[in-house]
Write a protein that binds this ligand. Sequence first.
Ligand SMILES: Cc1ncc(C[n+]2csc(CCOP(=O)(O)OP(=O)(O)O)c2C)c(N)n1
Ligand SMILES: [Mg+2]
Length: 652
Amino acid sequence: MNTKALEKIALSIKALSMDAIQKANSGHPGVCMGAAELGAILYAELMRHDPLDSKWPDRDRFVMSAGHGSMFLYSLLYLSGYKTITLDALKSFRQIGSPAAGHPEYGYAEGIEMTTGPLGQGFATAVGMVIAEAMLAERFNTAKHKIVDHYTWVLAGDGCLQEGVSGEASSLAGHLELGKLIVFYDSNKITIDGSTDLSFTEDVEGRYKAYGWQVLSGSMYDFEEIAKLVKEAKAETKKPSLIILKSIIGKGSPNKQNTADIHGAPLGAEELAITKKELGIEGDFYTAPEALSYFETKRAEWKTIREKWLETFEAWAKENPDKKKEWDAYYSGRFNPAALPTYKEGDKIATRAAGNKALASISLANKNLVGGSADLKGPNAVALPDTSAFSAKDRSGRYIYYGIREFAMAAISNGITLHGGFRSFCATFMVFADYLRPALRLSALMKLPVIYVLTHDSIFVGEDGPTHQPVEHLASLRAIPNVLVLRPADAEETAEAWAMAMETKDRPIVLALSRQNTTVFEKQDPEWKNTMRTGAYIAQKAEKAETVIIATGSEVNLAIKAAGIAAQKGKKIQVVSMVSRELFESQNEVIRNAIVPQGARVLVCEAGVRSGWEAWAEPKDIFSIDRFGESGPADKVAEHLGFTAEALANMI
Ligand SMILES: Cc1ncc(C[n+]2csc(CCOP(=O)(O)OP(=O)(O)O)c2C)c(N)n1
Ligand SMILES: [Mg+2]
């Protein structure tokens, strides 16, 4: 370790960050300057990475959980030689089209492991990355060849430590003994509003010890000490490590350091000039020659390390052809179609239960599918029959007991997916999607195909009452761009919906499933399995239909019944099962008109708020539930709310 060179790297991080933020007239210099020393030692000494191959499977992961400090990450990516973040990119920081976006955006540049900015979520997501590493290591390492052996590093600030989601995830990480997680806490005791004395005086160290973590402390500004602490962190293979580094926000700015002023605003021309003078920085976008040359030497070392890994990998592949085949299958992202369960017309089964049958057969054919529920394995019906539970003792298990931690569960699912090698699902009651929504939003933003199994999807939950009966949730889930909401109507559709979810590669999928039984109905479109993939198909056909009922999920049964009642009065009614409105809306007019013919009166039937259906039907023709439900047996609740086939038939 060359501490002189590290000092110069830290200086360069400060210089680049200050200037990029000043030029953009926007950004957060505080953490970039205050934690620059950590950045230097992390990227130059501690991390096993190679900018020549940012997707190297056995690289260490770094998550900038304090995502507002994006310039910290960009400076390091630039200095260490990742391709996308060039000097020009730094000069266009926070401008449209720049890979150096306001906050780190996954996919914008090599070396950005995930989108961060929503505080706490990076931390929680990193836990998923560590789980994935442990699972892969268990499956693929042999006594002779260790091809999976890397660490996940996190930089978290006061904000990340305050957010509940990091606590949920940390509790689970301690329980699961995820020793390869190393989190640095940039403890500068400043957030936007001022000193943490205003709202955050708890004993973080005690809390983390109680979670089962190893907690270490030191100074942000002592390279030798940080190196020593990291050694201790690595030596502790069972407990995750929290390394609390006492720091000074904005260190180096004579008049603004250690104040909230430097958290999230450019220094300003005057203070910038004073700071540069104080630090010995010359010119704009300064990089110290010693920093650049040090990284140049490092790049050669990193390349050798990665090439050595490749050699090991090839030797391993040769000696373990079956494992190699499995590895390729894991990483291909391919879905192995399974023999999906079949049903007969008239079968009565809840779509959540049908979901479990589909999941079971998909799991058999896709051993890289991992996931679990937030303490609702039975009610969500997501047990995996062909595996054990992932635990501290058993890393081979594919079922994850998340405990009642919905938000961390979803963030961890993102992390597992981001790591690579696995498909990930998670499950809870639909009404508690609110508890995980920020992570679903990040799945969507990062285009991650995480599967969200959300059961008990309407007032037909029944007795548990309004707290457990979703009404606004379908609308609110559909409102998130890039989320694919699938609400299958019966057991047959559910099996196909699971297959559709597995076929999807670039967006999160919500499987909205019923608590109550639905009846398998005759599909009058013989090609329904294909047509369904457009988002909708004709469940019950009518020649020259006067009325088309668009129904979703369990309400397709109700619509068919209503159509039957109305047909007795000579009405010609077509029933459409719209398994995914957003998918159907993305189809061309020809496809749409073939299913919902122009000129027909359209009725919409969904047991939830009407929001979003206005484009499909006149307000009076939307059969919806625009209020909270009631506690009672499901059919009584529906009756009480006037949500019955008879009422729909009357509307017709
Ligand atoms: C979930 C969430 N809430 C609020 C914010 C807005 N925000 C950005 S940074 C910040 C303060 C963070 O303080 P700290 O982590 O201590 O960072 P530092 O000021 O030390 O750089 C807040 C509230 C956010 N990004 N994410
Ligand atoms: Mg802080």
